[in-house]
Design a protein around this ligand. Structure first.
Ligand SMILES: [Mn+2]
Length: 331
């Protein structure tokens, strides 16, 4: 099976615009992940191979585990762009402000995304929610542009797919996902190197902090709900920071029976807590966050709470128990 360009009319419009363009800027969301960098840099490198002046602009320096990927060290990091371009391609941002870079709207915006809720802010909008990653959308784009599918382009697309599928764990994958991944490997992407570079890059502080947070984990009597918490003192004791807990909330969900997790992070004052929540399947924690002035989706949401930790944990535990009960038994 050949990954065919999607029938979306926006697709041919984007190909035409990028073919005409000679100066192109590409951006994605703040605190970029593997799909933000992978989809953006794949397109940048493909456009450069076509002789175009293309660069990626981000408001944040990419994390250390993204730095070793091709040409990431040449990223343009700024919060504001004065220049205008023939096109500004925005990857996986529901809203232009998610880039954290102002001034991009002075150029014709091409909006490429695979998330629900995209606000269609572009001169052309291509939102394909069936794609497992934005990188999956960049593949047919690179092909249609006639750009050479180099090992560097393939490496970035593979990075995007690997990370946005949670290392091929999540439910939104399709045969197209694997077909494109295979083509990336054919073109010279090295799956083992990409996985090791992205995932086996922990700082020791991060591992210590995981240990201290997990050792304080509270689990309900049914074993289906886990509560985590962290204070600035715990971070300091591990010689780390809250940034080192990125992804930690997903760890309890790796237990088969755990269906919901809440992670309490002490904020500016001892009584202020940021609460991140994750769940599996039909367990709706988005409603809990919304009821407490926060936001998110059914399986990933967050809110802020004020009070003593034991009281807050008891309150959130009751809400999570209700959400698990409402979801019923998993099929
Ligand atoms: Mn994505």
């Amino acid at each position: 099976m050949t990954p065919t360009p999607p029938p979306d009319p926006a697709f041919s419009d984007i190909v035409a615009r990028l073919t005409r363009a000679s100066r192109i800027v590409v951006s994605s969301h703040e605190r970029p992940d593997g799909d933000a960098i992978g989809s953006g840099m794949a397109l940048v490198l493909a456009l450069r191979a076509l002789g175009k002046d293309a660069r990626m602009v981000m408001c944040d320096v990419p994390a250390a585990y993204l730095q070793p990927f091709p040409a990431v060290d040449g990223l343009w990091v700024t919060g504001h762009v004065d220049e205008t371009f023939d096109a500004a391609v925005i990857m996986e941002c529901g809203d232009l402000s998610r880039t954290g870079v102002s001034g991009l709207d002075r150029s014709p915006v091409i909006n490429i995304d695979h998330h629900p809720g995209n606000t269609r802010y572009g001169a052309v909008d291509w939102v394909d929610e069936s794609a497992a990653a934005c990188g999956e959308l960049v593949y047919p784009l690179v092909t249609a542009l006639g750009a050479p599918f180099t090992a560097d382009v393939a490496t970035h697309i593979y990075l995007a797919i690997l990370t946005d599928t949670g290392s091929f764990h999540f439910s939104h994958m399709s045969p197209r996902t694997f077909d494109i991944a295979a083509r990336c490997v054919e073109a010279g992407a090295q799956p083992a190197w990409i996985a090791r570079t992205h995932y086996d890059s922990n700082r020791m502080a991060r591992v210590r902090l995981f240990g201290s947070v997990l050792s304080g984990m509270v689990v309900d009597a049914t074993g289906q709900i886990a509560l985590l918490s962290i204070t600035p003192e715990m971070a300091a004791a591990a010689d780390g920071s809250y940034d080192d807990t990125e992804g930690l909330i997903n760890f309890p969900l790796s237990v088969k029976d755990v269906r919901a997790v809440a992670f309490f992070k002490q904020a500016e004052t001892p009584e202020k807590w940021r609460v991140s929540m994750r769940s599996k399947g039909a367990v709706d924690i988005g409603r809990i966050a919304a009821a407490h002035g926060g936001g998110g989706h059914r399986n990933a949401a967050a809110c802020a709470l004020s009070g003593a930790l034991p009281d807050l944990q008891a309150r959130v535990m009751r809400a999570l128990e209700q959400a698990v009960a409402d979801a019923g038994a998993e099929p």
